[in-house]
Design a protein around this ligand. Structure first.
Ligand SMILES: [Zn+2]
Ligand SMILES: [Zn+2]
Ligand SMILES: [Zn+2]
Ligand SMILES: [Zn+2]
Length: 489
């Protein structure tokens, strides 16, 4: 399933359990781990049947087993799965078992991998991971979702009796669902839909909000993990399972929900979040100061204190404000004007880099981008294009700061900025707001931005979303080059 590079070693300690460390000094971009997914499956709640072979939309059912959906291009799927229902132990089960309860798809796959002696060893690491069910029972919606979509239909299907050697119970099925979820990465099918890919090794790397690796996933759902920064011998190999554009309180909340994890990485312990101030509040007592969350000696968040005048702000106050903005964001429902007024309203209360402002800015930028794509922008067009350039450029330093080294986040930020800038300056030149010389200078800036983005994507597989993004950027660069030849002198 997985292939370690020669440059890393597997070690064990009490805090992290089994984990990987650099076995020598490693350069950014060097491959550390390659892994094929144990299984790929639609999300539990996926309503659209997918081909069992290629994951395209399905319109037919396998003629042999009469259980698995297939597409027009595929006539067969996994032999063991097909045989199991066509002539094996599952022959007597209702043929609608999967089609009627499509949510069971992922777990059914795992159960049949466990049933097949040839693939059972591949699942060992996954199914041996202990799961404390009491952490999940009666928790958020996840338990309920598993119960309704997966566990109940499977228990009623008769499959559990057929797979009697696995001694399946409601609890053991729940534990499998949780193992699948916590070892899954979002992978993208060729039609753009997202699926879950379960990677036993890649998903078991310890978490750090400032990861030292990059995860690349190609169209065949193969994972490649490569170094984002130089690694020294003995450095622990980290992955990140959270969104770096979230503030510390948000990230920690998400990590607790999805992985039962309390992160105490360098970013989580730094109240300024690596100098970005992504969670800092504007002080209410002095004009220049920003208040940051003070940690107690155990690293637990306490009240907030201004870095300038030392005035304090109660944590309850901060949470109230954040909840208010969060609610207003949900209410905004994609309305450009509402987002702009929220931005004006909250700018005076938080740091300019605050994650909530970033969230609002990203929303505005994506609305403007979609509008530009559909050519539905009302006049004055240039004003909105200029706004998009401004927003994209605001996001860049933060994207750069939160993921050091080789960063897909920063590359994508640069690409968005490039597109916005090119559209604006082309229009400005066409309408004679820019002369040839000014246009040339802007194109040269754009070209540098594009090259920087390409450089960050150079270790991504060709047949991946990021690989195609590279192709796209190189097309833009060619266009810029030819315009520069024409006008740039
Ligand atoms: Zn297919
Ligand atoms: Zn079949
Ligand atoms: Zn952290
Ligand atoms: Zn102050």
């Amino acid at each position: 399933m997985q292939d370690f590079g020669e440059n890393i070693q597997q070690v064990h300690n009490d805090k992290l359990g089994r984990h990987l460390v650099a076995g020598m000094n490693i350069e950014p971009g060097d491959t550390l781990l390659e892994e094929r997914p144990l299984l790929v499956t639609p999300h539990w709640e996926c309503g659209q049947l997918k081909c069992a072979q290629c994951f395209q939309e399905s319109y037919v059912i396998c003629r042999r087993c009469q259980v698995y959906p297939l597409c027009m291009d595929c006539s067969q799927h996994d032999d063991f799965e097909c045989d199991f229902f066509a002539s094996g132990a599952g022959k007597g089960l209702c043929k609608d078992i999967l089609v009627k309860n499509y949510g069971i798809c992922g777990l059914l796959k795992l159960l049949l991998l466990l049933e097949d002696p040839a693939t059972r060893p591949d699942c060992a690491t996954l199914v041996e991971t202990p799961v404390n069910l009491d952490d999940y029972r009666d928790g958020d919606g996840m338990w309920q979702e598993h119960e309704e979509q997966v566990v109940r239909p499977l228990m009623a299907s008769g499959l559990v009796e057929v797979l009697s050697s696995q001694q399946l119970t409601c609890d053991s099925l729940h534990a499998h669902c949780i193992r699948i979820d916590s070892n899954a990465f979002e992978v993208t099918a060729r039609d753009g839909d997202t699926l879950k890919g379960v990677f036993v090794c890649g998903a078991s790397l310890p978490h750090n909000c400032v990861p030292n690796t990059v995860v690349a996933l190609d169209e065949q759902f193969n994972m490649k993990l490569y170094a984002a920064v130089p690694l020294q011998t003995g450095d622990i190999i980290y992955n990140s399972y959270t969104n770096p554009l979230m503030g510390t309180s948000q990230r920690q909340h998400q990590l607790r929900l999805s992985r039962r994890l309390d992160c105490s990485c360098s970013r989580c312990l730094d109240p300024t979040e690596m100098g970005t101030h992504m969670s800092s509040m504007k002080c209410r007592e002095c004009p220049q100061g920003y208040a940051v969350c003070e940690m107690d000696p155990d690293g637990r968040p306490g009240d907030w204190r201004c870095l300038e005048c030392k005035a304090s702000m109660s944590a309850a106050n901060v949470h109230e404000l954040l909840a208010e903005v969060g609610g207003a964001l949900v209410e905004a429902r994609g309305d450009l004007q509402v987002y702009e007024s929220l931005l004006t309203q909250y700018k005076s209360m938080v740091h300019p880099n605050h994650f909530l402002l970033l969230d609002i800015k990203q929303n505005i930028a994506s609305i403007l981008r979609a509008a530009a794509l559909m050519n539905s922008m009302e006049q004055p067009c240039k004003k909105l294009l200029a706004r998009r350039v401004e927003l994209c450029s605001d996001l860049l330093p933060i994207c750069r700061a939160v993921v050091p080294g080789i960063s897909k986040l920063y590359a994508i930020g640069l690409f968005e900025y490039l597109l916005a800038l090119i559209e604006l300056v082309e229009l400005q030149f066409a309408e004679s707001d820019l002369n040839k010389k000014e246009y040339g200078a802007q194109l040269r800036t754009a070209s540098l931005v594009g090259k920087k983005a390409m450089d960050l994507l150079r270790f991504e597989p060709e047949n991946s979303a990021e690989g195609y993004l590279s192709d796209r950027i190189s097309m833009e660069l060619e266009r810029i080059e030819s315009d520069l030849n024409k006008y740039g002198g």
